[in-house]
Design a protein around this ligand. Structure first.
Ligand SMILES: Cc1ncc(COP(=O)(O)O)c(C=O)c1O
Length: 410
């Protein structure tokens, strides 16, 4: 089918809940992806931080084939080796605790909310404080947790028990805590909100605050986790500035890159909270199937064997340096850690003005014209989320395409 025919199918038969770009993709390989007419793009979007190893990685294809011939699904009425082994790998990366598997980031956050409510239930505490500009998914509780009004509009009344305070503001967080508060939830790096990393002092302050007020410290690592920052968890990377710090949140949600492209969600909770979700209290039919967990194990194997956390760190530094050396009058700030990067454009660029369109979205169209896929994060910021195995040549090619798009601006 031609792109226009595929787009037509969507227009007629797919719910219009996304403002989709006009491209229709049919094939990918590594950092490259092709549309139905054979036009090639360099993929710095990776399905919004999902394809950690790029497209069509042979080890993922091989695992899918082998596991599909062995056992795809059993439900969670039974035990399967891949889920048990994946939980073991994640616990080894995180710390003493246990995992619950589901199918997406939104669902993983639901598990965090339920864990928190269970923790506070007998004391009548249920309120979770999150931050302004956060993003925690599209479920009803997810939009209530998200600190952005645009996701809530039209879906009132909101799920009770969420409030928001400014990010990286410890005093505001402490002030917001009330008798009903049970948990604090933050992203280690705000993703959708524009790529804003937490400061080391904020993370350590929140840990102390939660200890003092008997609150759970929850972290949403759906986007910033899975080695994207250079370490498995972004808080581990951020706290490298504080050697010897044994910071750990109480529970963490993960998804996206964990499956390298197959749908997975997960929470890790540390002891003594890991047993709060007792038999019958939470579940999902598909969570943690042998197929998905086998792929996630393969992704972890490759990331570790090829030291892709280190690659993400090096490529991130390289991209930042190259972007800075463009000396563009249109770039206000470059933020992020490793391969989760935000490039904030200056406000008021005349070529990025159009009725009802965000400047970031208009610039993304120009990047598409240059053959570079990226994703906006708010009104002014362009996100780079390339695969963790990005090569130096691909990083340079991406910058070249970005530079050409910048050069077209007035
Ligand atoms: C930080 C964060 N949390 C949660 C979600 C929701 O994940 P999903 O779209 O897999 O439900 C996202 C998705 O972008 C995210 O970035």
């Amino acid at each position: 089918m031609k792109s226009a025919e595929i787009v037509d199918l969507f227009t007629k038969q797919v719910v219009p809940s996304y403002g989709r770009y006009p491209m229709a993709f049919v094939r990918g390989k590594g950092t490259r992806i092709w549309d139905a007419e054979g036009r090639e793009y360099l993929d710095f979007c990776t399905g919004i931080a999902v394809n950690a190893l790029g497209h069509a990685h042979p080890a993922i294809a091989e695992t899918l084939y082998r596991q599909a011939q062995t056992l795809i699904h059993t439900s969670n009425l039974y035990h399967t080796e891949p889920q048990g082994r994946l939980a073991g790998r994640l616990v080894a990366l995180m710390g003493d605790g246990k995992c619950f598997f589901c199918n997406s980031g939104g669902e993983a956050n639901e598990a965090l909310f339920k864990l928190a409510r269970k923790f506070g239930h007998d004391e009548g505490r249920y309120e979770i404080i999150t931050t302004l500009n956060s993003f925690h998914g599209r479920t009803l509780a997810g939009i209530a947790a998200t600190g952005q009004d645009k996701v809530k509009k039209g879906f009132e009344p909101p799920v009770d028990g969420f409030k928001h305070v400014p990010y990286n503001d410890l005093a505001a967080m402490e002030q917001a805590i009330g008798p009903k508060t049970i948990a604090i939830l933050i992203e280690g790096i705000q993703g959708e909100g524009g790529i804003h990393p937490a400061t080391p002092a904020y993370l350590r302050g929140l840990r102390e605050l939660c200890n003092r007020k008997k609150l759970l410290l929850l972290m949403d690592s759906v986007q910033c986790g899975m080695f994207r920052s250079g370490r498995f968890q972004s808080f581990q990377r951020i706290l490298e500035a504080c050697p010897g710090d044994d910071f750990l949140p109480d529970a963490v949600s993960m998804a996206k890159g964990l499956g390298g492209g197959v749908p997975i969600g997960c929470i890790w909770a540390r002891q003594p909270y890991a047993n709060l979700l007792s038999a019958g209290s939470h579940g999902t039919t598909f969570g943690g199937t042998p197929l998905i967990c086998a792929v996630a194990l393969t992704v972890l194997d490759i990331v570790e064997k090829e030291n892709l956390g280190e690659n993400a760190r090096r490529m991130g530094e390289h991209l930042k340096k190259r972007l800075a050396s463009l000396n563009s009058p249109h770039i206000k700030e470059i933020r992020g850690l490793g391969l989760i990067m935000g490039i904030e454009l200056k406000a008021g660029i005349p070529s990025l003005k159009a009725e009802g369109k965000l400047p970031s979205a208009l610039f993304i169209n120009r990047l598409h014209d240059q053959g570079l896929l990226t994703v906006p994060a708010g009104a002014q910021t362009i996100r780079f989320l390339p695969p963790l195995n990005l090569s130096l040549a691909e990083a340079d090619e991406g910058i070249d395409r970005f530079r050409k798009a910048l050069a077209g601006l007035q």
